[in-house]
Ligand binder design. Sequence first.
Ligand code: DON
Length: 304
Amino acid sequence: MNYETIFQEIYQELLSVKDIGQVADYIPELAYVAPEQFGVRLTTIDGEKFAFGDAEKRFSIQSIAKVFTFVLAYSRIKSSIWERTGLEPAGTPFNSLVQLEYDKGIPRNPFINAGAIVICDILASELASPKENILSFIHRLTGVNSIGYNDKVALSEKKTGYRNYALVNLMKSFGNIRNDIDIVMDIYFHICSIEMSCTELSQSFLFLANNGIVPHSGEQILSASRTKRTNALMQTCGFYDEAGEFTFKVGLPGKSGVGGGIVAVHPEKYTIAVWSPRLNKKGNSYKGMLFLEEFTTKTSSSIF
Ligand code: DON
């Protein structure tokens, strides 16, 4: 199938749709992004590549990084991870505090902020140099060693991270954070600041479409069963209180970030990464979601 022609067609159609989204500005450093940028890249597990627009331009991947840290922790501590985080959709915004007290400091899932912070705590215990080890994991997934943190963004996250500090303190009071809070939050703020392009994101998620094996290196990252479970979690929890709508309209497991990126996985087939910085009210890319909805409709390629 000629995906590039389809990308072009959908892009043209969406030009006539007013982008009612807003660039994330609750973290000051994120507000500087030029909002009209748009990129998409699809990579098949057989190595075919299709790109359009600003596919090579790096942007702040934000919460998409929660998939990398979850996979790294899951590959190390296996099913004992479920003693520290749940696996149910939260149905609340990504930074919500309300459920956490009822659930005695156990986050609903690893993709809401509370869950991702617990995963950073696990990695602080498990890894010798967590920040370096997380980056080298991403380098192995992509084959690109220049991917890194943006320290300015990480600092901006830290300065404005009042809700995230509230989450970590609440979880610490329940005994679900084992390390020093500042060590855990330094990892969390840094993973949010990682910058990657659509091309790199699409490449990095390919193992999730390929039964846990990185196609270019043959490295088995997760077992086939844990890969299936990671995709299931992305399907039910990857878009916070919009996970139902993403499933309904796009029909693929995926993960979003407030930098405007979305990555979706079609198991056994391909990964697709799209970037459009303006976000809808739930914090997901407005045009990115529309684009993927059109894409899976035109190509009849949802998993359902
Ligand atoms: O914790 C935060 O506020 C962010 N840096 C990460 C949020 C994010 O990307 C949520 N996603 N859609």
